[in-house]
Design a protein around this ligand. Structure first.
Ligand code: FES
Length: 104
């Protein structure tokens, strides 16, 4: 979990390394506007293969954030675009002149 400053606002972002590469999603359920975790950073289901909302149990795929089970089935988490360069992960389209600001 990382806190990202988008300029006008800050968001808590779930950053995960999947078999499809790094993925990042805003930590906000699509059922109700609450974080997936309960403040402890725990967002994985028991299998460790899905993201799970602790409030009502919605399950999201890691590769695209799509909810595949639960009250918001069919709705995806808000994705944050990333770029991988030189072994580091950056916010996509970020100004690379001060990379220390954007590396996550
Ligand atoms: S608030 Fe996430 S499933 Fe209901």
């Amino acid at each position: 979990m990382v806190r990202v400053d988008f300029g006008d606002y800050k968001e808590e972002v779930i950053l995960i390394n999947t078999e499809y590469g790094y993925r990042a999603y805003i930590n906000r359920c699509r059922h109700l506007p609450v974080s997936l975790d309960w403040g402890d950073g725990e967002v994985l289901d028991a299998s460790g293969k899905m993201l799970e909302c602790r409030t009502h149990g919605a399950l999201y795929r890691m590769k695209d954030g799509l909810c595949v089970a639960g009250p918001c089935q069919g709705a995806p988490l808000a994705r944050v675009d990333l770029e991988e360069r030189d072994g580091s992960v950056y916010l996509a389209n970020s100004d690379s002149s001060d990379e220390s600001e954007d590396v996550i």
